[in-house]
Design a protein around this ligand. Structure first.
Ligand code: ADP
Ligand code: GN1
Ligand code: MG
Length: 360
């Protein structure tokens, strides 16, 4: 941790940083919670440079978006002490580093809320939906042309499927024989991949500035006052469909088990939690949705779950280079929970649609 503390002290901290510990459960970046001499906390992240190739562009997006949100909160007289903001280096840069040492950025520590990792209560999930819905609304009017693609084709499920097919054909780790059933399962549903992309291309669904990684632990919630505090993990803020943001929250939050649960009897899609999210999210954004967006919300949940399962399986076949893994077959376990979730959503599709209609 000495190296981390050294890096931390290159940033504009109030007092020298004295301790650092690994923090959070993200799959992508290395996150550290720091404490300075006066007991104040900060977050330092080593940005995963294999995943985010253009750190400069990525940080321009993040500074732009966090400052936009901060100014809106200020102008509305809302409390700003828990706004997520980038802390500059002592040289006035938004990040420190290069290809050799790695790339680091610092945020203020958001004290007022916590990440819920899985299985929220209905009330907690509704609050998370309000948080993501407000975030979406605050980005309405953000100059989309200034946003750079931090990961090109991030939610292009057709291109995700092509990557999957390549991994199946090349089978570099000789793992295909273990996952034939899963591979077939994804092939049988290949038609899902283009459904939303086609609507975007036909101009039926607008591109907005969206978060694109709205999993439950990426919104900090105050579980005492039951209020959303801050949306975090802004690496993937790009132009996208609001259906991706809605869908990914449903994927992660309506699961009665953990994303990597091995015992699939614990994994189920909760229609009650679905309703809680729809209620919270639509209370914020329903006036901005187009009819085609509203009609496709439930499908967006299926698509994001399918896509995430496909990505876990692709990474498993490729040798686990993308998502952090903590045990053998971790990505395969994650893939299997997503498969079960998609099957359950397919079973309940009509009820999901009825719930959306109820809150529109
Ligand atoms: P990853 O891209 O790896 O998911 P995140 O930015 O989501 O990284 O950070 C990982 C975890 O660290 C989050 O889920 C959250 O629990 C915690 N975290 C990140 N930023 C902050 C912050 N500014 N204040 C408090 N907790 C944070
Ligand atoms: C990653 O960064 P994190 O852990 O919030 C991934 C998401 C996946 C998610 C699955 C940049 O999210 O796309 O849906 O894992 N983020 C990136 O848990 O690939
Ligand atoms: Mg995260």
């Amino acid at each position: 941790m000495d190296k981390i503390i050294k890096v931390a002290n290159l940033f504009k901290v109030d007092a020298p940083v004295v301790t650092a510990e690994k923090y959070g459960c993200g799959h992508i970046n290395d996150t550290y919670k720091l404490t300075d001499e006066k007991g104040k906390f900060y977050i330092l992240q080593k940005i995963n440079h294999k995943v985010f190739r253009n750190v400069k562009g990525l940080m321009e997006n993040i500074v732009g978006v966090t400052e936009h949100i901060y100014k809106q909160m200020l102008s509305k007289g809302m409390p700003t002490e828990d706004c997520l903001r980038v802390i500059e280096t002592k040289d006035g840069a938004s990040y420190y580093g290069d290809d050799e040492v790695g790339y680091f950025r610092m945020y203020n520590f958001v004290y007022g809320g916590i990440s819920i990792e899985s299985s929220p209560t209905k009330e907690q999930f509704e609050v998370s939906a309000i948080g993501f819905g407000r975030f979406q609304k605050m980005l309405d009017g953000y100059p989309a042309e200034t946003i750079q693609d931090s990961i090109p084709n991030f939610h292009n499920t057709v291109s995700r499927f092509e990557n999957f097919e390549k991994a199946v054909q090349e089978d570099p780790e000789d793992r295909l024989c273990q996952v034939m059933e899963e591979v077939d399962w994804f092939y049988r549903r290949k038609k899902y991949c283009s459904q939303i992309l086609d609507l975007i291309e036909e101009g039926e669904i607008p591109l907005r500035v969206t978060h694109n990684d709205t999993k439950l632990n990426n919104v900090l919630v105050n579980i005492e006052t039951m209020t959303p505090v801050a949306v975090i993990d802004l690496d993937t803020v790009m132009k996208g469909s609001i259906l991706y943001d809605f869908g990914d929250s449903i994927r992660s939050g309506t699961n009665t088990g953990a994303e990597d649960e091995k015992d699939l009897s614990k994994v189920d899609f909760s229609l009650e939690l679905y309703e809680a999210y729809v209620k919270g999210f639509l209370s914020e954004v329903k006036d901005t949705l187009t009819p085609t967006e509203s009609e496709n919300l439930s499908f967006g949940a299926i698509l994001m779950t399918y896509e995430c399962g496909l990505r876990f399986l692709t990474d498993y076949l490729e040798g686990d280079h993308y998502f952090k893994v903590h045990r053998a077959r971790h990505n395969l376990d994650r893939c299997r929970t997503q498969i079960k979730m998609v099957e359950k959503m397919e079973e309940h599709f009509d009820e999901m649609d009825a719930i959306v209609k109820k809150y529109l």
